[in-house]
Design a protein around this ligand. Sequence first.
Ligand SMILES: CC(C)(COP(=O)(O)OP(=O)(O)OC[C@H]1O[C@@H](n2cnc3c(N)ncnc32)[C@H](O)[C@@H]1OP(=O)(O)O)[C@@H](O)C(=O)NCCC(=O)NCCS
Length: 185
Amino acid sequence: MESDSSESYMKNGFVELSHISLRPLELSDIDDFMVWVSDPKVARFCPWESYTNKEDGINYIKTKVPQHPWFRAICVNNRPVGATSVRPNSGNDMCRAELGYVLASKYWGKGIATQAVKIVTKTIFDEWPHLERLEAVVDVENVASQRVLEKAGFKREGVLGKYFIMKGSTKDMVVFSLLSTDPKT
Ligand SMILES: CC(C)(COP(=O)(O)OP(=O)(O)OC[C@H]1O[C@@H](n2cnc3c(N)ncnc32)[C@H](O)[C@@H]1OP(=O)(O)O)[C@@H](O)C(=O)NCCC(=O)NCCS
């Protein structure tokens, strides 16, 4: 397998957290992007199906990413290994926004998503001064994602029963929040 700059930070299975950063996703990142969007393990708890061809990936980066209000690649040594996004609301709901994140499965379990979420929480309230609440809604079975939010300082607020239809099944979802006034870890 090709040795790359992100792998050089995975020696002995560890990633130096200071080498994790967020940046816009570019079309030139397509091959890295395809690694996680084509992986059914990654898509399992996400509303989208894993991608089966590169054209869909190119189309997503060309058309959806530029339209998204806040979409960032999660990078190790500037190379994308996942993505995080914050979806704002409008009108009377503009005080809150929804956080999402995905990571290529090869990089799971190394603290990368937690570090990425911490970067988001330290910046998003400054970027959007009207924002008072960042929330995430997670499948009750997605224990890793719940743990990420807990480690990043989010409060588990409860379970929303039969809240969301994911791939044909109605799911109970756990809702987490971090308020603008909460400490950022
Ligand atoms: C969820 C996801 C982002 C986590 O990324 P990650 O970089 O592996 O997360 P971290 O390493 O920062 O933390 C994961 C934590 O979950 C724990 N964990 C993982 N799987 C677990 C399981 N099955 N049961 C209990 N804990 C689990 C890990 O031990 C770790 O906690 P710890 O540090 O206390 O030991 C990644 O698994 C992913 O991309 N999944 C698919 C997409 C997805 O589910 N996105 C979120 C949608 S809401």
